[in-house]
Design a protein around this ligand. Structure first.
Ligand SMILES: NC(=O)c1ccc[n+]([C@@H]2O[C@H](COP(=O)([O-])OP(=O)(O)OC[C@H]3O[C@@H](n4cnc5c(N)ncnc54)[C@H](OP(=O)(O)O)[C@@H]3O)[C@@H](O)[C@H]2O)c1
Length: 388
């Protein structure tokens, strides 16, 4: 009997121990899950805060831009519109460019409402049409505000068009809009920049410039057989950096009181990815398609910074946050500090070659050759004018 009792006691103890262990395990699962989730959330928050979002919003001091005229290309949406709001808030006269009158009127209303400034204007400009670019200076100077430009922000851009497209003048679209259109525009507007006591050209490039190597920049840049949707974007963004450096070098050489700088805004939640989402590149369809796929929308939102944070570096440079327009000539910025630069961007021979190549290529018509020669050399003529 005693033996039986001992066995029963031992069995009860085992059961009790097993129950206790199981209860502890049950309690441990939620605790481990909670710890795991907490750790992941912390990691993701840290990643978002430091690697994706970058520094907190930079706002130039109120009135710090008073008396300055800022021209921003591509001002109806994304980084251009946000830059317009922030610079208008700081007292600048802001002129934004848009591709249509309707977009321009809407953008001006939005920027006025968000900034509280009434000194906001728009002018039509299609950078994919050199005639439009050529006509722009007269449109600008015929306005009351059109006496001079203190800051030219070359911001407009297109990214990753799947099939090769051409501008009205026969340039490959991405290089044509992102670089050549702005190159021509800057050349045309140099006399107005020279009228400012101290001026600055801010070229909005991208970290995608790191994706372009020397081979990509050599030969016929816009040859149809060489086209890839990302290759052309990277090429155009390296051309932006090269242009800012070369322009700055020439401005200093000519003794012009102006600097040119370039920058990367970060990966920003704007309409820029329109071509990677909607087959026809329509921003409204792209937005709708994103909304229709909530997980993709959430992922895209997580992986990009807000437009407010994205506009930081170009606003910082436009406001002379780096110490004034005389500083940082030719430099490339990211997160409001000198950024990681492609060594090819320091290749002066390539920068010069890029310029001469623009006139030597023969994949477009003679009339195009004439137009681009006029533009390319308008810059040089202006430099000689300054020298004389
Ligand atoms: N968002 C990013 O993650 C990111 C990253 C690196 C660099 N960037 C650079 O930041 C700049 C601004 O881009 P975003 O992100 O603000 O893109 P976005 O929201 O798509 O804005 C682009 C602007 O460029 C205009 N534009 C396009 N083609 C034009 C043309 N042919 N003539 C005149 N304007 C034209 C657009 O006008 P429509 O609305 O009429 O098309 C729009 O106003 C670009 O240079 C881009 O390469 C952006």
């Amino acid at each position: 009997m005693a033996g039986l009792a001992a066995v029963a006691t031992a069995s009860r103890r085992r059961t009790a121990l097993a129950r206790a262990a199981s209860a502890e395990a049950e309690e441990g699962v939620p605790r481990r899950v909670a710890l795991g989730l907490g750790g992941t959330a912390l990691l993701l928050t840290t990643l978002k805060r430091f690697a994706i979002d970058g520094p907190p919003e930079f706002d130039p001091k109120p009135n710090s831009m008073s008396g300055k005229t800022v021209l921003i290309t591509g001002g109806n949406t994304g980084l251009g519109r946000e830059s317009a709001v922030r610079l208008a808030k700081a007292g600048a006269t802001v002129v934004l460019t848009t591709r249509s009158e309707a977009k321009g009127k809407k953008a001006v209303e939005e920027v006025k409402a968000a900034s509280g400034s009434s000194d906001v204007h728009f002018l039509k400009l299609d950078l994919a049409d050199l005639k439009d670019v050529k006509a722009f200076k007269n449109c600008f100077t015929s306005q009351d505000y059109g006496k001079r430009i203190d800051v030219l922000m070359n911001n407009a851009g297109v990214m990753a068009i799947p099939e090769r497209q051409e501008t009205k003048d026969g340039f490959e679209e991405q290089l044509g809009v992102n670089h050549l259109g702005h190159f021509a525009l800057t050349g045309e507007l140099l006399p107005l920049l020279q009228k400012a006591p101290s001026a600055r050209v801010v070229v909005v490039s991208s970290t995608a410039h790191l994706g372009a190597n020397k081979e990509l920049m050599e030969g016929d840049l816009m040859a149809p057989e060489r086209y890839t949707q990302w290759g052309a974007y990277c090429q155009s963004k390296l051309a932006n950096v090269l242009f800012a450096k070369e322009l700055n070098r020439r401005l200093q050489e000519a003794g012009v009181n102006a600097t040119a700088v370039s920058c990367h805004p970060g990966g920003v939640d704007t309409d820029l990815a329109r071509w990677t989402i909607s087959p026809d590149g329509d921003p409204q369809k792209a937005t709708q398609l994103r909304k229709d796929t909530p997980w993709a929308d959430a992922l895209a939102t997580f992986l990009t910074r807000s437009v407010q944070l994205g506009a930081n570096t170009q606003v910082y440079l436009a406001a002379g946050g780096d110490g004034g327009y005389k500083k940082s000539g030719g430099e490339y910025f990211d997160n409001m500090a000198p950024g990681l630069l492609n060594p090819v961007a320091n290749d002066q021979a390539l920068a010069k070659d890029l310029r001469t190549k623009q006139r030597r290529q023969n994949y477009v018509t003679e009339s195009w050759m004439k137009i681009i020669e006029d533009y390319v050399f308008s810059i040089i003529q202006l430099y000689s004018f300054v020298h004389s």
